[in-house]
Design a binder for this molecule. Sequence first.
Ligand code: F6R
Length: 633
Amino acid sequence: MKLKKLVVIAALFFNNQINYSCSIFAYVGSQLCKAHVLKGLSRLEYRGYDSSGFAVYDIVTNDLVVLKKPGKIAELKMAALASSCDGYAALGHTRWSTHGVSNEVNAHPHTNDDRTFALVHNGIIENHFQLREQLSKEGYTFKTETDTEVMVHLFDQELKKTDDIKKATLQTVRKLKGACTFVALHKDHPEMLIAARQRAPICIGVGEDGMHIASDFLAFADKTNQVFFMPEKSIAFIKKGAIFAYDYDGNVLPIETKTVNLQPSAYEKLDHDHFMLKEIYEQKIAIEKTVAHLHELGDKVWSQLGLTPQQARTLFSLNLFGCGTSWHAARIGQFFFEKIAKMPTSVYLASEFRYMEFFPCLDCLFMSVSQSGETADTLELIRYFKKFGARLATLTNVATSSMVRETNGHLLTKAGPEIAVASTKAFSTQLASLYWLAHRFALQRGHINMEQMAQAEKDVLHAASVLEQTIDQYKVDIIEAAKTYAQAQRIMYLGRHVTYPFAMEGALKLKEISYIFAQGYPAGELKHGSIALVDEHTPIILFSHQDPVIYQKLVGNAQEVKARGGHLLIFAFEGQDELIQLADRVYTIPRVAPLLEPLAMTGIMQFFAYQVALVLGRDIDKPRNLAKSVTVE
Ligand code: F6R
């Protein structure tokens, strides 16, 4: 086997939010692997948990055995325990449904009619409709509602034309459009797995006893730290001691492995009931690590971002983009760059902007914000911008992610792996990084001096302490209050200026884990329509601001709510007595540097959502319908 080792030792954190939201795990080697594949799949369950499935080349019957179950992976494990099948090559899948409901039929793996191979897929095949019509005309019948089934029939068709498995695989992948990463096991080649990567990530862990193939190396972190990341548009044939990889033209690709480091404790809940709670409490340390990393980077940040110091001085504008929580962080970041670095800054929602007109600007920086570095909507926007020659960078938590590979430069947050589906420490470390970067730009552009830069780092660390200290201070009260707020049908979150995008993040956090409808709204807009919703049954959560002018406006908004009999839960800052007196319930927060209000309030905002979800008995780490890494558009 030609394995070239690239010694890239990094603190790599791979996971989340997560984005092609199913997961694949497979093994081929010298060990019986049923238990190993099921364990690996459990570690990837955060990427999708609507159904799961498993296929093995069974050494007793010399045949493929396929097991599939709707629901969480525990169901599949029970079925696997009850079956005596086992073998040296197997593959598994957890699904986040895109085409077809979550039932056994639609669960992966899928097999061809002759049951000669089983296949698992991650992504969405964009031309599946046309392919389905064409294959139907050619005599194939469809038993599932999935897009994956077209891939199965296509592969079957190509395999019937030739004995050359490489040719058949290449012919199959060339016909597929969209995200079409798959792994297959063919019973005529029981010593080998077939893999293809198109858009959704897949990597191969080179172990002593065999090869581990996964959507995220977390699945095999206990077995090996030598990882081959399959390049975009490549196929591979994987055997116990060898990987043979090719591009779509059939050219041989070099197999270069990277050494990855993982912290095993990140994957344990330790003494917390949920990963989300553990991760809420990890934020102070994660922010400290992020600031220490950025401090050490110093002015090397420009080369890391793919810029010259001169470009950093003269860039016309900054354009941030992302989805969900990361988009909220970017929206808050916009205030940092405009106020501190005096840079015109725009923020785009990746899933929307792709379809809008883009007016290229060569003197601008386009920076994605993404915990996972894999979110399909954000990745696609990167690719869209790239076509216009835009200068691209990414702020991400995952050094090995596609976004790092596909942009000119990057900055890393040091949140560590985030396992809970709801993002917590990824968000706060994004805020810390954006605040730091805004100051670094300001320094480079002559708006601040080194002393102010150093002060900014201290300010972030202080806000991180406030974030943690306020959870301890208000814990008991929030646990009690959650019993009442859990009864609400809907909750409105209000903010102004930097606390408006923070209100949107507060509402998202509550919605995704408690399933209570919540909306983040600009406080000033209330009177333009939404105030009609205010009544005693719709609690309003208001995030204050330290700026005296904005604060006074918020006092006015709070009065408008009280005048209509509304219930107010207020997150206020020390000394804001007028606002505090209007509150039905209040959490008072120590003052922090201007614009760091969201960071300081993050801890109790998240803890509140967590407690409400707990009262309602929700599956907090794996909320319904969601997946950590959203790798479909
Ligand atoms: C919500 C959440 C999501 C992600 C979004 C983007 O708690 O985590 O809204 O922020 O799916 O994911 P990333 O940041 O990985 O690009």
